[in-house]
Design a binder for this molecule. Structure first.
Ligand code: TUI
Length: 310
């Protein structure tokens, strides 16, 4: 299943590991890259020197290509944008905003830039400003999400731009990969399934909550504040829904999110912490290595695309 994405990035399998904030560290990114995909370190809202150190660790752990994701709502986005140039990072993905102002700096440093986009208009804007590919992320994804579904978004972005499109949101097995390719995608980005990877250093309570999730267990909080985030339902999610239903002041709602991701990821508080995961969480039923995950997904996808139905 080689595609332009494999050629562009010099990777074996056209799969990106989603850059899950506070979660996607050197351990996860190196394991995915070593297995032939593109591992991505999440910048999230972390300080620049923490991310710089993760970059250096990945370089020690693998010779293969890897990326860094810059979450543009982070107060540290600008510093991280410069750091990737200093550290010779080859691939940058971006999320939760448009990276136009950094584009020329990254291109001068020979960095491949791949923004995550939630709509056709933003995809076109990113390509005009020099994006090498785009990740079209549907609202099925975990974390910060747009409105459109992967099924509707991907073919529309594919028709609108000439660069390769990587599909994200709701993909966790070979059926998802095959479907994405049928829609014209040339790669996939997978987050939720990698939460169950051995190399994913989240609290065991977080992992278990993902493994136990059912189809209807996620909800999008924060649509009213302009920061829509998909999480697994828990006491925190209910509190969000209560406040949003009674039109509470925005800062009161926003306050619920402060420190909530760390509470879940680090402390294992899956009641009052923010347990970000996608709608496909129910399909994730076992812990595996990143290598097993990638091999299983592509073996299944190749069978399906060769029409060996079931
Ligand atoms: O970025 C994500 N997912 C994320 S980021 C994150 S960390 C976070 N922490 C606190 C509050 C909010 C987030 C958790 N999950 N996915 C990529 C993504 N990007 N989804 C949607 C977008 C997006 C949205 C608007 C990209 C561009 C955009 O542009 C708007 C504009 O006009 O600039």
């Amino acid at each position: 299943m080689k595609s332009r994405v494999c050629e562009l990035l010099n990777i074996e399998y056209p799969i990106f590991q989603g850059a899950m904030a506070r979660i996607a560290d050197a351990s996860l990114a190196a394991a995915v890259s070593e297995a032939g995909g593109l591992g991505i370190i999440a910048g999230g809202t972390a300080p620049v020197d923490y991310i710089r150190n993760e970059v250096r660790k990945v370089k020690e752990m693998t010779e293969k290509p890897f990326g860094v994701n810059i979450m543009l709502l982070s107060p540290n986005a600008e510093e991280i944008a410069k750091m990737v140039c200093e550290e010779g990072v080859k691939v940058v993905t971006t999320g939760a905003g448009t990276p136009g102002k950094y584009m020329s700096m990254w291109k001068e440093h020979g960095i491949k830039v791949i923004p995550v986009v939630p709509s056709v208009a933003i995809a076109k804007r990113m390509v005009r400003s020099g994006a090498d590919a785009v990740v079209a992320e549907g609202t099925e994804a975990g974390g910060h999400v747009g409105e459109l579904t992967t099924m509707a978004l991907v073919p529309q972005v594919v028709d609108a731009v000439d660069v390769p499109v990587i599909a994200a949101g709701g993909i966790a097995d070979g059926r998802g990969i095959s479907a994405a390719f049928m829609l014209g995608a040339e790669g996939v980005q997978v987050g939720t399934r990698f939460l169950a990877a051995y190399e994913c250093n989240i609290h065991q309570n977080y992992k278990q909550k993902v493994l136990n999730a059912k189809d209807i267990d996620t909800v999008v909080t924060g649509r009213s504040t302009g920061h829509p985030v998909r999480i697994l339902k828990n006491k925190l999610a209910r509190k969000y829904m209560e406040l949003e239903a009674k039109n509470a002041p925005l800062d009161e709602i926003e306050q619920l999110g402060v420190g909530a991701l760390a509470r879940a990821v680090v402390e294992g508080d899956v009641d009052y912490g923010s347990v970000m995961a996608g709608q496909i969480a129910a399909l994730v039923n076992k812990e595996q290595s990143c290598k097993e995950i990638i091999h299983e997904m592509f073996t299944e996808a190749e069978k399906l695309l060769n029409k060996e139905w079931r």
